[in-house]
Design a protein around this ligand. Structure first.
Ligand code: SF4
Ligand code: SF4
Length: 486
């Protein structure tokens, strides 16, 4: 049942399906259409289209002209990931701007409307670069949820950021190097896990943190997470893989980097809870979901990891499994960002078969019934924060709804604000203060709540919650394990 890691997925250096914004009509970007007869028709005689490409049909004397005399202008070239359709759905209501936590604290950030539809409209012209401010978008994806017109905002942001990093960012700059390190957390974590205790100590050693702040721009105020002495995959291998065999109820666990290297107790809870309900758990080989790579515009890295993930998850799906993630950003990535950004065989199937762990149980099991007579055995009060990526999947209330009637458990939702860390955003020195300012509302609500233990499904939100309040943070699966299994 257990399969080894160690797939070398090769260096997939295909393009990222970025829309090619250069149009065939670019030779007309001077606003002039040339006729065979050599006389120029000035743009004043024509009606401008939305994209700034001018039409020859609106001129008062257009009926006298020979249409064969014109070069065709392909205003909306066909192609995969043609984002302009989405851009044209924007009617400038600014709902996205008012929901953006970064725009609220950063006066220099122009907001999602500009980063999405407006930027892509500008990009119809060859001379428009991607605006550098795209690197300040934290990829929280709250704007997606806010848009009443289904404009694919985060897809546009990811594409724009990828293009900016690929074509405009200085590859030897400290910022690029720092972002690449943050985006490839799996690589650092793998190395650190060889000597976990020493790594945890060294990375939190005061002078080392000061040096990292000054040289790389990784804020000295943040505490590095502890590395587990036994990773989730080591534990899984040592226990002999799945303890339940059931071809009718199979799930493939996407544990992600954090549950493997830092909080294996979340992965263990997932396995024990699912086995309690009679599921056969598979743990396919996997790499990073790509979430920190999207947020830093490293789309080539993300694609390389996605190829391995899709290849292995599709195999598990073929064996009857659905894909379960315990991190809401991982499930978000597999469900939404993968098919939006990459064209990989099987990617739609992976998207359709992916669920968040608690969500899946609520759909397929009588969780309420199972919890009716159960109790963790002691009194517990939690301050629950729903991560932005859980909100985007419609899961913001699931933990509160699941546990609110459980004997001995008090669960308080601390509101709908963003935690402010957004993966790697809060791990950049220049963003640290803004990250804490965004998180302030959540910190206050946590402190006002009865419980002094936090709860969330997102590992980086958990870091921010702990950093801002000093609370210990749990995952809902851990409470489920304590209530149903332990
Ligand atoms: S993803 Fe988040 S930070 Fe980025 S523009 Fe949208 S709401 Fe703002
Ligand atoms: S919420 Fe949607 S329609 Fe409104 S301004 Fe933003 S992108 Fe445009």
């Amino acid at each position: 049942m257990t399969r080894d890691t160690g797939h070398d997925d090769g260096d997939e250096r295909h393009g990222t399906n970025n829309t090619d914004e250069s149009t065939e009509g670019s030779s007309h970007s001077d606003g002039v259409v040339r006729t065979d007869g050599g006389s120029d028709i000035e743009s004043d005689d024509r009606t401008a289209t939305d994209g700034g490409v001018e039409s020859v049909t609106g001129g008062s004397d257009s009926t006298e002209l020979d249409p064969d005399a014109y070069d065709p202008i392909d205003v909306f070239p066909e192609g995969e990931l043609d984002l302009r359709d989405g851009a044209d759905s924007c009617y400038k209501c600014t709902s996205c701007d008012t929901s953006c936590p970064v725009a609220e604290v950063d006066d220099e950030f122009p907001g999602p409307k500009f980063q999405g539809p407006e930027q892509w409209r500008l990009k119809r012209k060859e001379d428009a670069d991607i605006d550098e401010s795209i690197t300040s978008c934290s990829n929280c994806m709250r704007c997606d949820d806010a848009c009443p017109s289904s404009v694919p905002l985060s897809q546009m942001h990811n594409e724009a950021r990828g293009q900016f990093v690929e074509e405009q960012m200085e590859k030897l700059s400290v910022e690029y190097v720092r972002n690449r390190i943050l985006a490839n957390y799996r690589t650092s974590a793998r190395l650190a896990s060889i000597v976990p205790r020493l790594s945890t100590y060294a990375m939190n050693f005061g002078p080392a943190r000061w040096v990292m702040d000054k040289t790389l721009g990784i804020p000295k105020e943040r505490e590095f997470p502890e590395f587990a002495t036994t990773t989730f995959r080591e534990w899984w291998r040592d226990r002999g893989g799945a303890q339940v065999s059931n071809p009718d109820k199979r799930v493939a666990y996407f544990h992600g980097c954090y549950s493997n290297y830092n909080t294996p107790e979340v992965g263990k809870a997932m396995v024990r809870v699912y086995e309690h309900f009679g599921y056969e758990v598979m743990v396919p080989p996997q790499k990073c979901s790509g979430t920190p790579m999207f947020a830093n515009g490293m789309l080539k890295d993300a694609r390389r990891h996605a190829v391995t993930n899709v290849e292995n998850l599709i195999e598990a799906i073929g064996e009857g499994a659905d894909v379960i993630a315990s991190c809401t950003s991982c499930s978000m990535s597999l469900r939404q960002e993968y098919p939006e950004l990459f064209d990989i065989h099987g990617i739609e199937d992976v998207s359709d078969h992916t669920f968040e762990a608690l969500e899946y149980l609520r759909i397929h099991e009588d969780l309420t019934g199972a919890l009716e007579e159960a109790s963790p055995g002691d009194e517990r009060s939690y301050a629950y924060h729903a991560p932005c990526h859980a909100r985007n999947q419609g899961l913001s209330r699931q933990a509160v709804e699941t546990f609110r009637d459980v004997d001995g458990v008090t669960m308080e939702d601390v509101g709908d604000s963003c935690s402010g860390i957004s993966g790697t955003y809060g791990w950049k020195s220049e963003k640290y203060e803004k990250s804490m300012e965004i998180g302030e509302e959540m910190f206050h609500h946590m402190e006002d709540a009865e419980g002094e233990v936090g709860m969330t499904e997102c590992p980086t939100c958990a870091m921010q919650m702990e950093h801002g309040t000093g609370y210990e943070i749990e995952h809902p699966l851990q409470l489920l394990e304590d209530t149903l299994v332990a």
